[in-house]
Write a protein that binds this ligand. Structure first.
Ligand code: FAD
Length: 360
C-alpha cells in the first residue's frame, strides 16, 4: 500500500486527495497546507465574495468532516520546508518528517508585488477580507494591472459606486490571454460602466485604496532546492512527472511543454489525471484548457489557448453582447472566446477535445 503526500492544500492539492479516494485508493493520504483555512476556492474572492454576495462559509470545497470520513490526514498551518528525495520524506517547519511513496507538489503561486508600499494584493481569503473591509469606506480605488483579477475587482468596486481607475502598462486589457477584439470589447464595457481605464501607463494615481493585480510567481523554491528541474514552473513531462519519477507537480506551480497555466480547470484536471495514474498506472495528461471571468454582467469563457498568430472569426452579435470569437490555425479550431454564450463555449470545448472540424 502506497502513501501519497501532497504539498499545498489549494485547488490542485484538494482535488488530488478527493480524486484518489474516488478512484479507490486505499493507501495513506497526507494533505499539507500552510494556510490555516480548510481548502477553499479562490475564484469567488474577486467576484461574489468581494461583492458581498457570498459569505466565507461557502468558500471551502468540503466541510471538515469530509477529510476524516475519507481518511485524509489534513495538516493545516504547516509548511513543507525540504524534500529528502533519497529517503522519500518531507520535512515540516517544526522539523517533523513525513514519509512518502509518491509526492505531489501543488504549491501554487504567490502574488508579484510592486516596489511601492501600501498597495493591497489578492490571492487568499485573508487578502480578500482585508480588501473588502478597506473597500467599503473608500471613495476612490486605483487598480494596477488590467488583467483578469484587476478587472474583476474594478467591476465589483464600480458596482459599489466607487470612483475606479485601472492602469495597464500595455496597450490593451488582459493582453496575455485574449485577442485584441475581446480586449476592445472589455475596454468599451468598463468605460461605459464608468471605470477610468488608462492604457500604456504605469503611473499610479492617488486614491483611497490601491490594489495591484500584476501577476504571480510560481512557488518553485522547494522543488529547486531539491534539485528538480525548474524553469517558469516545476518542469513536468506528459505524465505530470517532475525530473524525479516519484514526484508529480500540478496546478499553478507546474510547467508542461513550456506552458504554465493558472486556472481552476488546469489544477483540477491535472489532479484528477495524477490520481488516476497513481491508482491505475501511467496515462498522459491531455485535457483542453478553459477559463472564465465575470465582469459586470458579462461572463467571458475561454477554451483552448489563444496566440497572436491565430486567425479570428467572430460569430454572434457584439452589440447585443452575445458572441464568440473562434481562432483557427489553418483550418483547425485552436481556441474560442465566448461572451455570454455558454452553449458556444461547451461546444468549442467538445470540438477542441475531439479535433472535429467546426463548421461556421
Ligand atoms: P493554489 O490554489 O494557490 O494552492 C496552493 C497552496 O499551496 C496554497 O494554499 C499555498 O499556501 C500552499 N503552499 C505553497 N507552498 C507550500 C509549502 N511549502 N508547504 C505547504 N503549503 C504550501 N481560475 C479560473 O479558472 N477562473 C477564475 O475565475 C479564477 N479566479 C481567480 C480569482 C482569484 C482572486 C485568484 C487568486 C485566482 C483565480 N483563479 C481563477 C485561479 C485559480 O484559483 C488558480 O489557478 C488555482 O487556485 C490554482 O490551484 P493550485 O492548487 O495550483 O494553487
Amino acid at each position: 500500500m502506497k502513501s501519497v503526500v501532497i504539498v499545498g492544500a489549494g485547488q490542485a492539492g484538494f482535488q488530488t486527495a478527493a480524486s484518489l479516494r474516488m478512484e479507490g485508493f486505499d493507501g495513506g493520504i497526507t494533505l499539507i497546507g500552510e494556510e490555516p483555512h480548510l481548502p477553499y476556492q479562490r475564484p469567488p474572492l474577486s467576484k461574489a465574495f468581494l461583492a458581498g454576495k457570498q459569505d466565507a462559509s461557502h468558500l471551502p470545497f468540503r466541510p471538515e468532516r469530509f477529510y476524516s470520513d475519507h481518511s485524509i490526514d489534513l495538516e493545516l498551518s504547516q509548511s513543507v520546508v525540504a524534500i529528502g528525495r533519497a529517503s522519500r520524506r518531507v520535512a515540516l517547519a517544526g522539523r517533523r518528517m513525513v514519509d512518502y511513496d509518491v509526492l505531489v507538489l501543488a504549491t501554487g503561486a504567490r502574488v508579484r508585488k510592486l516596489s511601492m508600499s501600501g498597495a493591497l494584493y489578492l490571492r487568499d481569503i485573508d487578502d480578500a477580507i482585508q480588501i473588502k473591509a478597506r473597500l467599503e469606506p473608500a471613495g476612490s480605488v486605483a487598480i494596477v494591472g488590467g488583467g483578469f483579477i484587476g478587472l474583476e475587482v474594478a467591476s465589483v468596486a464600480r458596482a459599489m459606486g466607487k470612483s475606479v481607475t485601472v492602469v495597464e502598462a500595455q496597450d490593451r486589457l488582459m493582453p496575455r490571454c485574449i485577442a485584441p477584439v475581446v480586449s476592445d470589447f472589455f475596454l468599451e464595457l468598463h468605460r461605459r460602466e464608468g471605470v477610468n481605464i488608462v492604457l500604456n501607463s504605469t503611473a499610479i494615481p492617488a486614491a483611497d485604496l490601491t490594489i495591484a493585480g500584476i501577476g504571480v510567481i510560481p512557488n518553485t523554491e522547494l522543488a529547486q532546492a531539491a534539485g528538480l528541474a525548474v524553469r517558469n514552473g516545476i518542469v513536468v513531462d506528459a505524465f505530470l512527472k517532475t525530473s524525479d519519477p516519484n514526484i508529480f507537480a500540478i496546478g499553478d506551480c507546474a510547467e508542461m511543454n513550456g506552458v504554465r497555466l493558472e486556472s481552476v480547470q488546469n489544477a483540477a484536471d491535472q489532479a484528477k489525471c495524477i490520481a488516476a495514474q497513481i491508482v491505475h498506472g501511467p496515462a498522459e495528461y491531455k485535457a483542453v484548457p478553459w477559463f472564465w471571468t465575470d465582469q459586470f454582467d458579462i461572463k467571458l469563457q475561454m477554451a483552448g489557448i489563444w496566440s497572436p498568430r491565430l486567425r479570428a472569426v467572430v460569430r454572434g452579435s457584439v452589440e447585443a453582447r452575445r458572441f464568440s470569437v473562434y481562432y483557427f490555425d489553418g483550418e483547425r479550431l485552436a481556441a474560442a472566446d465566448s461572451i455570454n454564450s455558454p452553449g458556444d463555449h461547451v461546444k468549442a470545448r467538445k470540438l477542441l477535445a475531439s479535433g472535429e472540424k467546426l463548421e461556421l
